[in-house]
Design a protein. Structure first.
Lengths: 171, 805
């Protein structure tokens, strides 16, 4: 685990900041039982991600470590941890709150900027390719219609999505 | 009643008071008040010569009202009232006020203002005293008999204590045998005693010593004089009042004559019916006629009604050598008249099958701590060996999982407090029986808070028991080699472990016993949010309930280990004994009275009374009126504040008495500031004023304090009357809304103040002139602060002009 140099100075404010975000409300209930960690399919295969540790760092206010690190982006949103958490911490939702916070700070992994660019230009996070079109036809699915970009842009603009930009590459 | 003859006694004892207050002026002021026949001054009046002077004056001057200004009135009033009573005056005709902490100290830098306020306080006390009425000391008969509900370790010890103290005790147990959950635990921590070991009652004349401990079955428990044990019985109705409860009991038939059975076991041998044995948590089967273990009490077989084929079979009847089996026994109904009730219904293991990821009930080798305890017990289903229920082979790898269903907001959010120790105990018993057994405990936190408990944890580590810090996410089953796999992260080493086990033991949560809710509603007592019985006050009255004469002990209030249950049981016994010791209940008559003429059919007061003291009785064809049980009334006055028709008054705090006091307090200002009436409850509110004085905090002298028993007594029109009497602002000071000494008074007052504010607005009066403050006793600083800010706020407003003032 990274050394928490910010635990004292900014600890409380960061915890409060996360708790006031949508999805982050239940963070402080965590008592570190580790049910989430043993439920997590990602933690099983990657040392880079352990949900219990991300929550722990958030509780201690290690803002830089969390927002600059890549652990946050490795949650696969299977919600296993959230289903089994005995303290009803909405763990996966806390990660969404943390991701939003990271993006607000300008920290967005490449793949996410690609997703958002795709969404804003074509209305799809995964661009259509010849391969995908053929696959759809093979499965008997109708060809995809282009998205209604006018409406979508209105939504993206109203929600402030279009203003999200990355400032630098996460480590 | 006689014409009031008021004697005023001014104590100048406090240093502060004598420096600040002009006693000459106060004395001459008091002398000129109508009906005052005597004003005396002394250093102090609450003891020694001062007290003698009061007694003397009451006797010689034929005083019938006594007003004393004395320091520390909460202490001195006790002495003064006692002395006055001895002198032949009714003790309720005495009014004691505190000129030091309520006046001299907080206003010490403004002597003239302080003296003016003291005059108002004296006048208020005199005017109130004139209207006081003599009240009686009430006595109610109380039966010297006690019902104990629940025959586990707590109930048995309470029953024994009380019976030996000479009370008639009825011990009711719903199961056919005594012992409860504790007797199934095999061994107890931290003494490693047998679970069925109890303190031997002194009935055992032959071998009783100071240190006697015996098995339940050797103790002669049921032979204690004055003790009647009713097993297989349940409570079906409770009526009556404290000191005289009528309890209906339903005693299920045993179908075996208690006097004839010789426990030869022939009946069980021939019985053809086998059912899962609940006593051993379904680890084995038992016959339809059975006893749990050989050492049970009473030592008599019983027939399981649901399983027995009765006259279709009759094999036990035929084989019984003493003709003890009686298949035609019927359920008996009994009525018990008792003075008090002790609830000792304990707790039980939570059924963990709802936690799907642990597969309890699905994988036979996943068991609970109680099941393991039954295996460890040599009288248990496995004769003391630890086996895998699936194959009956020895279990060599055992994993304990802590906090199953407890500390879990999905099921039971509380820490059941004893499961860590239970697992440590069971793990060590397993390990010492076979040191080769591999034992691991998966925990979130190990809680060993009792005496010797940490040593227990130490010993467990020393024995080679492994500890993994993590709560498993799942217990899986590998059907190939019939192995259980416990999926857990060890947070300390950051490793993901897949622990292989032959047996997984769940340390399940402890929950209230079945039927707790029904029993609570029959007894008219409350449950906590967790479903356990609620004690009156966890700190000071941990074995009492809101209803007088109903006591709690043992696990009924929360899961407890055996030593704590014992402690609780003896404590409850003492409280119950104290309650009934004189055979009567004595209380004063500061109770609510209802005016039948105005009372009309609504159900507000009976529903609101926190003590269930008010009931509706029929008067006329379909006209009902409320009736107050003087025995149960605690004198809070909340009913007064609730009654929409002003049909209720509280003795000693009648509206006329309060109004006179209010007017007097507002009659003299002496400051340039707007007068404020602070209506304070006698519990935290009034004492917060005391403590601000004691702490030498200052606030302006325009704040005048009036005491009421509970802010719940306030009626909206009373608040308006305060303005009419001349108050520019009104502060209502009560306990914290969740800490009201009368439970619902302070939150009700809060709502009423909100309503009154709306009304004030309607009348064109600034609603900010009225505020409610919720303080605790020690918040004297807060009182001084709000008194100051309230004054400043009112100073900014233009004076209130009411037509009649």
């Amino acid at each position: 685990m990274a050394h928490g140099k910010t635990a004292k100075s900014s600890g409380k404010t960061f915890l409060e900041e996360v708790r006031h975000m949508l999805g982050g409300e239940t963070l402080a209930s965590c008592y570190q039982c580790g049910t989430c960690a043993s439920s997590c399919p990602v933690a099983r295969v990657s040392e880079r991600f352990n949900p219990r540790e991300v929550i722990r760092q958030s509780l201690l206010g290690e803002k830089e470590e969390i927002l600059f690190g890549d652990a946050l982006w490795l949650c696969c949103s299977c919600y296993n941890c959230q289903e089994r958490c005995p303290q009803k911490v909405e763990i996966a939702d806390v990660f969404y709150a943390l991701r939003n916070l990271a993006i607000r700070e300008g920290k967005m992994p490449n793949i996410y900027s690609e997703f958002s660019a795709g969404l804003m230009s074509e209305g799809k996070i995964v661009p259509m390719s010849k391969f995908l079109e053929k696959k759809r036809a093979d499965y008997g699915l109708p060809p995809l219609k282009p998205a209604n970009m006018d409406t979508l842009r209105k939504i993206l603009s109203a929600t402030g999505f279009d203003k999200l930009k990355k400032k630098e590459e996460p480590q | 009643m006689d014409e009031p003859k008021v004697g005023v006694f001014l104590s100048e004892g406090g240093n502060q008071s004598s420096k600040v207050l002009d006693y000459d002026a106060l004395a001459s002021f008091a002398k000129n008040v109508a009906k005052v026949v005597l004003v005396e001054r002394a250093k102090e009046f609450w003891r020694g010569d001062g007290l003698k002077a009061i007694v003397n004056a009451v006797k010689t001057k034929k005083l019938n009202r006594v007003v004393v200004a004395e320091r520390l009135p909460k202490l001195s009033e006790v002495n003064i009232v006692k002395a006055v009573e001895k002198a032949g005056l009714n003790p309720f005709l005495v009014e004691v006020i505190d000129l030091e902490d309520h006046c001299a100290r907080p206003h010490r830098n403004k002597p003239a203002e302080a003296t003016a306020k003291a005059k108002a306080m004296l006048l208020a006390a005199i005017e109130r005293a004139k209207l006081l009425e003599p009240l009686e000391k009430l006595e109610f008969p109380a039966l010297k008999s006690i019902l104990v509900i629940g025959g586990g370790i707590a109930g048995m010890q309470t029953a024994e204590d009380l019976a030996e103290l000479g009370f008639e005790v009825q011990l009711v147990e719903k199961e056919p045998f005594l012992g409860g959950l504790a007797s199934r635990a095999g061994r107890f921590f931290p003494t490693d005693d047998c679970a069925i070991c109890i303190q031997a009652p002194s009935t055992d004349v032959k071998s009783i010593t100071h240190t006697s401990r015996k098995c339940v079955y050797r103790s002669g428990f049921t032979e204690i004089q004055n003790l009647n044990v009713l097993t297989n019985s349940k409570i079906t109705a409770v009526e009556g009042v404290p000191g005289n409860y009528r309890v209906t009991i339903e005693k299920k038939p045993r179908y075996v004559d208690e006097q004839k059975c010789i426990r030869c076991n022939l009946c069980a041998e021939v019985c053809p019916v086998e059912v899962p044995d609940d006593y051993n948590v379904k680890l084995k089967k038992r016959k339809a006629i059975y006893i749990n273990i050989p050492e049970v009490y009473p030592p008599v077989y019983v027939i399981d009604e649901k399983a027995c084929k009765f006259h279709e079979c009759e094999k036990c009847v035929k084989v019984c050598p003493t003709k003890a089996v009686e298949l035609d026994q019927k359920t008996e109904k009994k009525t018990l008249n008792v003075g008090a009730i002790v609830v000792a219904t304990g707790f039980e293991e939570y059924d963990p099958s709802v936690i799907k990821e642990y597969h309890y009930g699905e994988y036979p080798d996943v068991v609970t701590n109680l099941q393991l305890a039954r295996m460890i017990d040599c009288f248990g289903p496995t004769g003391g060996s630890i086996i895998r229920p699936s194959t009956r082979e020895p279990a060599k790898r055992i994993v304990f999982v802590q906090c199953v269903g407890s500390r879990d907001r999905r099921w039971n959010p509380w820490c059941s407090s004893i499961c860590c120790m239970i697992s440590l105990k069971n793990a060590m018993l397993v390990k010492s029986a076979d040191p080769e057994t591999d034992v691991t405990i998966c925990y979130i936190d190990i809680r060993t808070t009792g005496r010797e408990h940490e040593y227990y944890y130490e010993r467990a580590r020393d024995m080679g028991i492994k500890f993994v810090k993590g709560r498993p996410t799942e217990i899986a089953h590998d059907p190939e080699d019939n192995t259980l796999i416990v999926d857990v992260e060890d947070a300390v080493s950051r490793k993901f472990l897949e622990l292989e086990a032959d047996l997984v033991v769940l340390a399940t949560s402890m929950v209230p016993t079945q039927g707790t809710k029904e029993l609570a509603s029959m007894l008219g007592i409350e449950l906590e949010q967790d479903g356990f019985f609620k004690e009156y006050n966890a700190k000071l009255r941990p074995t009492e309930t809101k209803r007088k004469g109903i006591f709690l002990c043992g696990g009924a209030t929360f899961p407890k280990d055996a030593p704590t249950s014992s402690l609780h049981a003896h404590s409850a016994a003492l409280k119950a004994a104290k309650f009934l010791s004189t055979g009567k209940i004595v209380k004063d008559q500061k109770t609510a009275v209802i005016d039948d003429e105005y009372c009309g059919d609504c159900e507000f007061c009976p529903v609101t009374c926190p003590y269930g003291a008010i009931s509706l009785v029929q008067k006329g064809e379909d006209h009902f009126v409320a009736q107050v049980s003087e025995l149960q009334c605690e004198g809070c006055g909340i009913c007064v504040g609730t009654c929409p028709l002003n049909a209720i008054e509280l003795r000693h705090y009648r509206p006329s008495q309060m109004l006179a006091q209010m007017k007097a307090l507002m009659s003299v200002n002496g400051t340039s500031k707007p007068l404020i009436l602070a209506i304070c409850c006698s519990e935290c509110g009034h004492t917060a004023v005391d403590s601000s004085g004691m702490a030498m905090l200052e606030y302006p002298a325009n704040v005048r304090v009036m005491k009421v028993p509970c802010t719940g007594i306030l009626q909206i029109h009373q608040i308006l009357e305060a303005f009419k009497a001349g108050a520019q602002g009104v502060m209502v000071v009560g306990c914290k809304t969740d800490g009201c000494h009368y439970e619902v008074g302070s939150p009700k007052a809060k709502k009423k103040v909100e309503l009154a504010k709306m009304l004030l607005k309607e009348y064109g009066i600034e609603p900010e002139r009225l505020e409610m403050f919720n303080l605790v006793y020690i918040e004297g600083d807060k009182f001084a602060e709000v008194a100051q800010t309230m004054t400043e706020k009112l100073e900014k407003m233009s004076p209130l002009q009411l037509s009649s003032s």
